[in-house]
Design a protein around this ligand. Sequence first.
Ligand code: FAD
Length: 464
Amino acid sequence: MAAKTFDMIVIGAGPGGYVAAIRGAQLGLNVAIVEREHMGGICLNWGCIPTKALLRSAEVFHLMHRAKEFGLKADGIGYDLDAVVQRSRGVAKQLSGGIGHLMKKNKITTFMGEATLPKKRTVSVKTDKGTEELTAKSIVVATGARARELPGLEADGDLVWTYKHALMPKRMPKKLLVIGSGAIGIEFASFFNTLGADTTVVEVMDRVLPVEDAEISAFAKKAFVKQGMKIMEKSTVKKLDRAKGKVTAHIEAGGKTETMEFDTVISAVGIVGNVENLGLEALGVKIDRTHVVTDEYCRTGVDGLYAIGDIAGAPWLAHKASHEGVMVAELIAGKHPHPIKPNSIAGCTYCHPQVASVGLTEAKAKEAGHEVKVGRFPFIGNGKAIALGEAEGMIKTVFDAKTGELLGAHMVGAEVTELIQGYVVGRSLETTEGELMETVFPHPTLSEMMHEAVLDAYGRALHI
Ligand SMILES: Cc1cc2nc3c(=O)[nH]c(=O)nc-3n(C[C@H](O)[C@H](O)[C@H](O)COP(=O)(O)OP(=O)(O)OC[C@H]3O[C@@H](n4cnc5c(N)ncnc54)[C@H](O)[C@@H]3O)c2cc1C
């Protein structure tokens, strides 16, 4: 059979791949997309979206327990784990189906099958019906990533779970160990802890949410401990002994090893790129620790071959993948897009309380040689936060003392994942302290704290 020819072929229909395909089609390219499992990738099916649906159930459950505080009555509060999971799966399904419609609407040819790259500018797709060969001048690899498995801590789906098992739990953990306190680990810890699991989080670094500003990590930790979580920092799970219905974890801290028993373990120790079995190395693509090495335009160094999203390395975030998808499609269509600025990509964690940040932490800014001005504002000083019953949180800003550049912003508290984008826009427009201070923020909103945290950096905060 003759090869089908396109202008651009995208491998993988996650937020990187499907967005690249849409942007390519918008620019008049004849686009094909190949997906082996599910439209929407990890993000829509096993990541961003279903976790947020679970966390919403936990949030409502938590608020129901606080009903009296709001002058309300809620008796017999409980949950049905299957129904909570079904809601989450339903939300994922709805969105995944929506991607199929978007492909049709944009006249993108979809192939459901496993793609390989047998030679330059060629994609081979293995489907139920056989193998098809496709060719294109430009190929975008967006095959994403999967959970990292550490020796001895491998998931078995019964006692030891990855995020996939944790998204569809068949039983509620009673005594839960979460290994790793990055965004994925802490979101599941937050979900199961809120629903009543006795939760312990073990983190090898010196603090939870180790990429966040140290003050934000400390604030979040205090809140987690108040909610009943046990947090073990500078600690390593060395070994898991599995028996019927229980796991004994050997946890090392400060040169000593202690053993603790759990009925469930969630391993959230990072991810590895889906680089295998594609034929990348044979084409001359460089791979470094399971990720494709690319330049700032996502070019692999092999003519016409690009890599975007999780497979192309950190930060492993859906919005980074999508932005790279748009950039690459524009490049392929002959436009002149700007490369992505890694320091302007916000990171959001939807635990309770939420955490969000963009740019440099105070420590990193100092390490980079900046003289800094730092502002802080607590949620307790904000009328809307108090009215919402969400007075726990803080916002921190880091400015360059000499130029007034907003180097970083860090937040912990209710809805901060929605607020952070204000600062992202500011950074994108290369704003300085003067413009931020002159901006009028609507009252009463949580966003007023963003203003106050800027004013505070310059000794002008009004409500503290
Ligand atoms: C539990 C969890 C929660 C998360 N929460 C968030 C969040 O709140 N916010 C956020 O920004 N990010 C979050 N992430 C990360 C986010 O899901 C990823 O950054 C994002 O999905 C990366 O997009 P991608 O397009 O690079 O890859 P993916 O979404 O992984 O998609 C890759 C696709 O390629 C397909 N594929 C792979 N190999 C082949 C092949 N050979 N042939 C054909 N198809 C192939 C796969 O089936 C998959 O559908 C979360 C991740 C997890 C696991």
